[in-house]
Design a protein around this ligand. Structure first.
Ligand code: DQQ
Length: 486
């Protein structure tokens, strides 16, 4: 997803006028900004979007991400870099990849992946304009990168194919063959993933589409990503005895679970990875049996408000994926629990919390939690299961008295079994609310309460009576003393 560009920015990106860097926000202001998360990864300042090439390498977890060094707006894409020993405490490292003037990535180092090869790490990413697939290698602490002299490794989409896009490679190995899935699609038909093979990660042969989707009937949009005619950021891997394909399109992240044989993927069931402010998800490579998913937590306020704040975009918490029967299980990685600080009672309140609540919806039509509630009722966010709509919803209509913040209801399909309680696991962190329901549904909301006292937590029931079966909460420990500005 690329936020709508103003014409001036577009021209600047296209090289017609220099892109004006915004005056950086002073670190002291960023450190005091109550909307900046305290235990989620985000850069010290400016814009970030997609996770890129997350990889476990030489005992450390490396995270790269789309980063604009010029300000809190999309453009001039670089790969930012952070490293962690536990996936929750991060140290920022110098930028990993920057556009090379005159090179195939001169207008941006777009999204991609990283794999272990030949005693080092190889990154495969999209260079623009036009969209091509490029290669770079590194080793040691992954701070020094060398771009492949033969870039672009893939200079254009397959001959004869009219595609809606050609980006965001995902690479894996089968025996001595490397496979690459590239996000793409066809006008009037739907998104697609194009499959390539290689022996050396540099020379690639096109095989065929790994899978082709069917867009919603009647969907029509200028940007093929909005209509589902383009799939961004494909991620493809084995899970349990099946294969999972994750794609980002139509502003959400979807998954398809199915079987993979003869280098073709046949989806059997589909679902949502996250129904809220979450995009461009990608799993970490080289983590053995564990499948750790990362996503970009998008903002929920105007572009002007983001620029004024001096920062935009947050990395999700690590989510561990498993297959339980036919169900994709999504839970926060166990490492997240190491952030738990003081245990709180039924009167828990705060904006840097983990909340674990089991709720019997009783005869209530809507049952869940009220969060970030002001004592005078001026602000509050509702997270609830709506049994009539069969959805988990987040009502942001009163989340913030700041008028630039989104106020719509965010929701996704969810069915509570007969007698099954609603089990909410919620992470509050500044403007982030990351919600896990019954280990099988996720929705991330962004809220920007103006009041410092908008911290209350309470049971919410509407149209009947619900009961809190159990409630636990913890203060979460910040991962830096200054909201990651150092
Ligand atoms: N973001 C990147 C693209 C990708 C999109 C550019 C998804 O590579 O398709 O910043 O958010």
């Amino acid at each position: 997803m690329r936020p709508v560009l103003r014409r001036r920015d577009f021209l600047a990106l296209a090289g017609a006028v220099p892109l004006a860097a915004a005056a950086p926000a002073p670190a002291s202001r960023l450190a005091a900004d109550p909307h900046r998360p305290q235990y989620h990864l985000l850069p010290a300042a400016n814009w970030m979007n997609d996770p890129n090439g997350p990889i476990y390498w030489q005992g450390k977890f490396h995270m790269f991400y789309q980063y604009n060094p010029n300000g809190a707006f999309w453009g001039d894409m670089h790969w930012g870099h952070a490293v962690s020993e536990d996936m929750v405490h991060w140290k920022h490292l110098p930028m990993a990849l920057a556009p090379t003037p005159g090179g195939p990535d001169k207008d941006g180092v777009f999204s991609g992946c990283a794999v272990v090869d030949n005693g080092g790490v190889t990154a495969i990413y999209t260079g623009v304009n036009p969209e091509t697939q490029c290669v770079a290698t590194s080793g040691g602490d992954l701070t020094e990168w060398k771009k492949f002299a033969g870039n672009p490794a893939i200079a254009a989409p397959p001959a004869g194919l009219e595609v809606t896009g050609f980006r965001d490679p995902c690479v894996w190995q089968e025996g001595d063959t490397w496979l690459m899935a590239v996000g793409s699609g066809f006008r009037g038909k739907g998104g697609a993933v194009l499959l390539y093979e290689s022996r050396d990660l540099r020379r690639w042969n096109y095989l065929h589409p790994l899978v082709t989707g069917r867009m919603r009937a009647g969907a029509n949009a200028k940007d093929p990503v909005d209509s589902g005619e383009m799939w961004e950021c494909p991620d493809f891997f084995p899970l349990g005895g099946k294969h999972l394909l994750i794609v980002s399109t139509e502003r959400v992240v979807k998954y398809m679970l199915g079987s993979y044989a003869d280098r073709r993927f046949r989806p059997e069931t589909t679902g949502g990875i996250d129904y809220g402010s979450y995009y461009a998800a990608r799993t970490m490579t080289n983590t053995g049996d564990r499948r750790i998913l990362w996503g970009w937590l998008t903002e929920g306020r105007s572009a002007e408000a983001q620029r004024a704040a001096g920062w935009s975009g947050v990395m999700s918490l690590p989510r561990e994926l498993k297959l339980m029967g036919a169900q994709v299980q999504m839970r926060p990685a166990a490492e997240v629990e190491t952030l738990r600080g003081k245990r709180l009672g039924a009167d828990a309140a705060g904006d840097c919390l983990e909340v674990l609540a089991e709720i019997d919806p009783g005869d209530a039509v809507r049952a869940g939690l009220k969060l970030r509630a002001a004592p005078d009722g001026s602000e509050r966010t509702l997270v609830y299961y709506d049994r009539e709509q069969k959805r988990v919803c987040v009502d942001r209509s009163q989340s913030s008295t700041d008028l630039s913040a989104d106020r719509g209801i965010q929701s996704g399909p969810f069915l509570l079994g007969r007698g099954e309680p609603l089990r909410l696991r919620i992470f509050l962190d500044g403007s982030v609310i990351e919600i896990f329901a019954n280990d099988r549904f996720c929705l991330t909301a962004r809220v920007y309460p103006a009041g410092r006292r908008s911290t209350g937590v309470a049971l919410h029931a509407d149209g009947g009576t619900a009961k809190m079966v159990s409630f636990e909460a913890w203060e979460m420990r910040p991962i830096s003393p200054d909201r990651l500005t150092s």
